[in-house]
Design a protein around this ligand. Structure first.
Ligand SMILES: [Fe+2]
Length: 367
């Protein structure tokens, strides 16, 4: 992400903030409790609706508005919070807060929220995990990276710093869990991403996510590279693609990489997956964490997934939980340990208020 894009992001937020505050002066001047209550409900609902629409649905309109939807979401949500504060003060103290005070609270909340979310997206931190099993004869340490979505949300220096840290860890190998690029990534950005990931100095294995092959790019003036160019770039950087395939890494450790669930029939039925060596510890990597039937049928010891970005925008993590399981963190599905990563970045917008950007350091220990 370039400096210009950061400027664009903050300018859009500032312009929307000013317009919203000016438009609301007549409403807030002598505004009744009802005005504040209705304002809170409408703005909070529209804000969450925009965030949901941005994150969960492919829409030509939303995808072509650049950073505008995320800025609108942040400004409306903070303004709704200011209305709620004004309403509580009015109920508790019986006095009417002046519109200047409500305006100031709204602007301060917006500034704090947007600065936090923007800075949080730029800070990539490792997260350590330990799994033990009597199937393991030796200790193994590897790194799992998903959802880089290179490179609309993070500066190149933030990505480079994280990749340097990963290389310095000298893991046995690195697993790439999909969505390394995005429907918006240019061919140059795609090549840059895999050059960086192929230069970690350790074996790297890759599975596809739902965005890598730009299957939704029709919404944004078409794909910038073909699936064949992507595959050729990944392979030419020494990265092994696992598409319903296994990699036997030692006599006690096997990685099973799944085709993404969004590809329908292109994804193998579990019964057709290659046989895993008897007695080995199996790590399954599947971009989406939602396929619980497959997890149960595969019976891997550990599954690593991404895709959800942990919700990325407050309060989407709670909204998601109403409809799907396995949003973020540790789960147990049958006998399989499932870990859903928040991702090393997030989807398109330079903004994350839920969880942090993580790469996962996985330690496997003999019991
Ligand atoms: Fe994804």
């Amino acid at each position: 992400m370039t400096v210009l894009r950061f400027i664009e992001w903050f300018v859009i937020v500032a312009v929307i903030t000013v317009i919203l505050q000016v438009v609301q002066i007549p409403l807030r001047t002598g505004g009744s409790a009802l005005v504040y209550l209705l304002g809170f409900i409408i703005k909070a609902a529209v804000s969450v609706g925009i965030a949901l629409y941005c994150m969960a649905f492919c829409s030509k309109l939303i995808w072509n508005l650049g950073y505008l939807p995320a800025a609108l979401y942040a400004v409306l949500l903070c303004d709704a919070a200011a209305d709620l504060i004004a309403l509580v003060i009015r109920i508790l103290r019986g006095t009417e807060p002046g519109f200047q005070a409500v305006m100031l609270v709204s602007i301060l909340l917006t500034a704090g929220f947007v600065i936090y979310g923007t800075v949080n997206m730029q800070i990539i931190v490792p997260k350590e995990h330990v799994y033990t099993s009597d199937k393991l004869h030796d200790k193994h340490t590897f790194v799992f990276i998903s959802d880089l979505h290179y490179s609309a949300a993070q500066s190149e220096s933030a990505v480079d710093k994280a990749l340097r840290e990963i290389a310095d860890l000298k893991p046995e190998f690195v697993l790439l869990g999909g969505d390394i690029t995005d429907d918006r990534s240019t061919a140059e950005e795609m090549r840059e991403a895999y050059e960086k990931l192929g230069s970690l100095g350790v074996p790297v294995y890759y599975i596809y996510g739902n965005h890598d092959r730009q299957s939704h790019a029709d919404y944004i003036r078409g794909a910038k590279y073909t699936p064949e160019e992507l595959e050729e770039t990944i392979r030419s950087n020494g990265i092994t693609i696992l598409r319903d395939e296994i990699a036997v890494l030692s006599d006690d450790l096997v990685v099973l990489g799944r085709e993404d669930a969004s590809r329908g029939d292109e994804r193998c039925a579990v019964r057709d997956l290659p046989a895993r060596p008897e007695g080995a510890y199996v790590v399954c990597v599947d971009h989406s964490p939602y396929q619980e039937e497959d997890i149960l049928a595969t019976g891997a010891d550990l599954q690593l997934s991404g895709h959800t970005h942990a919700g990325q925008f407050f309060p989407l993590q709670y909204v998601y939980r109403l409809s799907v399981n396995n949003i973020y963190g540790d789960y147990k599905v049958g006998s399989t340990d499932l870990y859903v990563s928040s991702g090393i970045a997030g989807w398109y917008f330079p903004f994350r208020t839920v969880a942090h950007c993580n790469y996962e350091v996985i330690n496997l220990d003999p019991r």
